[in-house]
Design a protein around this ligand. Structure first.
Ligand code: 1GP
Length: 262
């Protein structure tokens, strides 16, 4: 499957530095909130809006949010489904994810099989993504029945990323979980970066410019910010975007496998 329009756009933009993706809650407390947050994120320099999350279940609400945000914002709207209910019309693309370290095969391949026909029918661009949950105690970990990769075991994450590369997945999402106390450690991002030349997304617990810079320097192509935005931190997104875009990856070029393609 060839790369589509959104994938090409993200890769092109990435050449100017790491990107910021803003995660918008599809079950907002006020109906106008998603559009306000999406516009604030776009103004701050976000490159895409993600809609969804592991605990989102209201498919109709999500469809409304996607429609409203898409109408208002100029940047791509990408679905971030936690289940088949996360496949809704009107978005530009979908993180078509397999939660590779789930203990439940439903989240590895069954939900994908159930959701795929609708992805095709709705004309959503699938971004083939290996979704890896790091650590424990978050919604993504609990809902996805993940066997969380221990923070201090970067090589396990790297092995999953390598497997994902061999299976043809072009995106890797290292997920510490929404609101995580501890973000994905830079050492783990570096190890994964060395194992894959895919588009590397890192999220969970990133709340300031320092954390975004650390992730980008370690090799993240995009960082995701959700909780901070929801908690009224839209004004703090600008410095986070600049930190990510300005960071120069400090990557160990001699790491095995870095330049080889699957
Ligand atoms: C969660 O990675 C995202 O799926 C964003 O995490 O809410 O902690 O920013 P935060």
């Amino acid at each position: 499957m060839a790369a589509g329009r959104v994938e090409e756009l993200l890769k092109r933009e990435r050449r100017g530095g790491a990107l910021l993706f803003a995660l918008i809650d599809s079950e907002p407390s006020r109906p106008s909130e998603p559009v306000e947050l999406a516009l604030a994120a776009e103004r701050a320099g976000a490159s895409a809006i993600l809609v969804g999350g592991s605990s989102a279940t209201d498919q109709f609400g999500m469809a409304r949010v996607v429609r409203d945000v898409k109408k208002a914002a100029g940047i791509p709207v990408i679905l971030f489904p936690g289940n088949v209910t996360g496949v809704v019309p009107g978005a530009d693309a979908i993180l078509f994810s397999s939660l590779l370290n789930s203990e439940n095969p439903y989240f590895i391949s069954q939900a994908q099989a159930l959701g795929a026909p609708n992805v095709l029918r709705l004309g959503l661009e699938p971004l083939p993504t290996a979704y890896l949950v790091v650590g424990e105690g978050t919604s993504a970990w609990f809902v996805g029945s993940a066997r969380g990769i221990p923070h201090e075991k970067p090589q396990i994450a790297a092995a999953y990323a390598l497997a994902a590369r061999f299976m043809g997945m072009r995106f890797v999402y290292l997920e510490a979980g929404s609101g995580a106390k501890k973000a994905v450690p830079p050492g783990m991002i570096r190890a994964v970066r060395a194992a894959t030349d895919g588009f590397l997304i890192v999220g969970g617990g990133i709340r300031d410019a320092r954390a975004a810079r650390a992730a980008a320097e370690a090799g993240a192509d995009a960082v995701v910010v959700g909780t901070l935005l929801e908690a009224g931190g839209a004004g703090r997104l600008g410095p986070i975007v600049r930190a990510a875009r300005g960071a120069r990856p400090k990557i160990n070029k001699r790491a095995p496998g870095r330049r080889r393609r699957a």
